[in-house]
Each structure stands twice: as C-alpha cells, then as structure tokens.
Design a protein around this ligand. Structure first.
Ligand code: ZEM
Length: 282
C-alpha cells in the first residue's frame, strides 16, 4: 500500500535547482497510517544508506553516485530486499521534479526523513548523476551482515573510510524503523518510538538485558523484560567491544553529541565517491 500523493502531481513543475520544493514533496509522502508505524521515513533512510554504503575508498567504486540500485542485480541483492517500497514511493516526487537525479533524490530523501522525524540537520549538497545502466554495479557483499560482529563492522565501515566513533554514531539510525521477516528475516523494532529520531537506541542497548529470542528465525536478541524490542548480533557487538561501548555510553547520556556526530557521519556517507565539481580542498 503506497501513498499516492495526487496533490503533488497536479502542482506546477518546479524550477530546476529548487531543492526546497523537492524537500517539501518528500516531506509530503512520508506519513502513511497504513504503512508500518505510520511513516515511510525509516525505509527512506535505509534506502539512502544502502545506496551509499557500497563505497570502497581504495578504488572509489560504489557509493550513491549513479543510483545503480535502479538496475539488476543490485536491486535484487538480499541486502536490498524491501527497498523497492522506498524507490517506488519516490517516483511521484521524481515525476514532479524531473530535473533532479535519482541519486540526489534518494540521498536527499534520507536527509529530509531524518529531519522530519526530529533528527539533526544533515548537510546535503546536490551533484550526483544517474548511471545509464548497471555496468558500474559493484560486487554483492559490501553491505554489512547483521549476523557478524565487531571485526566485520570495522572491515565494512573501514573500507568506506569510517572509524570506530563513526560506526557507533551511524548505528544509532537503528533508533528508527524495524526489521521485517519478509525482508531480512529478522523481526521487530529497536525502540518503542521507531518514527522519532533520538538517542533511544543507545539507551535501550545499554539499559536492557538482552537474551536470545526463541523462535524459528535467525539469531537475534530480545529485551528480557518486555520481549518487544530487538537487537541484531551486529548491534550487540557495540556492547561487547570496549571501544564501541565507550561511544554507546556517551551517546546514551548525551543526545546532542550523538546528533552532532551522526550528522557529520551521515552527510559524509551520502557523499562518498561523489565527484562534486569543486572538490573540498584538503
Ligand atoms: Zn540498518 N538494518 N544495518 N542501518 N537500518 C535494518 C534496518 C534499518 C544493519 C542491518 O543488517 C539492518 C545501518 C547499519 C546497519 C537502518 C539504517 C541504517 C535491518 C532490517 C537490518 C537487518 C531490514 C528489514 O528487515 O526491513 C547492519 C548489520 C548494520 C551495520 C552497522 C546504518 C549505518 C543505517 C543508517 C545510517 C534503518 C533506518 C532501518 C529500518 C528500516 C525500516 O524499514 O524500518
């Protein structure tokens, strides 16, 4: 059940470069009472992340530029299951603003979603273009595997150029949304406020007793008390690794620090590999 925003389509076409108009259209398709917890915000954040998180610093391959997830095999990767919902949701926005690239639109949608859900302002700039086909799709397997631990997280995020603090800050996005058995196989939300961007993920991670969930699905954890919240094995790695845990503790106490570090790291994530005209001077 996708939101159909007829008002959006009947409005006058926007002026090329009017990103505020695009932001308004994105904000207009976010809420839908029939979908998940009433918002497409979380799945849009996941789209922006998966579009960007394929980057490899060593050869500049992957990243949000190109929007190659429009093509097979990337749209069919197991890691991207469910993201067609987010891509389809943005089609009317693209139709109302045909001058914006999908690559800019998908990343901007993640930014607007976070801001609309109460998160920090994320520095974002335009400049991505769309690849004509899937020839630049990178090998599958670059996105993180929820079944793995700290070493894997450092391998994957290190490949993109992120450090331990960035890994923990970015993982705070799991304060949003939920796992779907028909997408990842995992089930449930990380917090009781999955459509509000906050530091609750870190508080829940730290303050609950996490026990193995008894079910037919993949190994995941549930909070012993209410059994209504979940953590992935990769989330619990942030507790068992001393360096990661230091940041978890800090962000659980200090939401402002989390917002600040998240905004920097998420902005960087969305810009990885993007050839902006005048590259930032070192
Ligand atoms: Zn996620 N993530 N992620 N993530 N993620 C899921 C859902 C969401 C990992 C992971 O395996 C999974 C980051 C990092 C990592 C979001 C944002 C970000 C799901 C559930 C899984 C399995 C998918 C489903 O079933 O729908 C792993 C292993 C990560 C390594 C640290 C980063 C970084 C993110 C953004 C900055 C979001 C918002 C969701 C919720 C999506 C939704 O539809 O509700």
């Amino acid at each position: 059940p996708l939101a159909g925003p007829p008002a959006l389509l009947t409005s006058k076409p926007s002026t090329p470069g009017d990103y505020d108009a695009v932001r308004k259209s994105i904000a207009g398709v976010l809420d839908n009472g029939d979908y998940d917890d009433g918002s497409y915000g979380p799945v849009l954040v996941r789209l922006a992340w998966h579009a960007s998180g394929t980057y490899a610093k060593k050869d500049g391959s992957g990243g949000s530029n190109g929007a190659t997830m429009r093509f097979a095999p990337e749209c069919e990767w197991g890691a991207n299951a469910g993201l067609a919902v987010a891509r389809k949701l943005l089609e009317p926005v693209k139709a109302a603003h045909p001058w914006i690239s999908y690559a800019d639109l998908w990343t901007l949608a993640g930014v607007v979603a976070i801001e609309e859900m109460g998160g920090p302002t994320i520095p974002w700039r335009a400049g991505r273009s769309d690849a004509p086909d899937g020839s630049k799709i990178v090998p599958d397997g670059r996105l993180p595997d929820a079944k793995q631990g700290a070493k894997h997280l450092r391998d994957v995020f290190g490949r993109m150029g992120f450090d331990d603090k960035d890994i923990v800050a970015l993982s705070g996005a799991h304060t949003l949304g939920r796992c779907h058995t028909d997408r990842s196989g995992f089930s449930g939300p990380w917090t009781n406020a999955p459509t509000t961007f906050s530091n609750l993920y870190f508080q829940e991670l730290l303050n609950n007793k996490w026990v193995v969930k008894k079910w037919d699905g993949p190994l995941q954890y549930e909070d012993a008390k209410s059994q209504s919240l979940m953590m992935l094995p990769s989330d619990l790695a942030l507790l068992s690794d001393r360096t990661f845990k230091k940041y978890v503790t800090q962000y659980a106490k200090d939401e402002e620090a989390f917002f600040k570090d998240f905004a920097v790291a998420f902005s960087k994530l969305l810009e990885l590999g993007v050839p902006f005209p005048a590259a930032k001077a070192a």
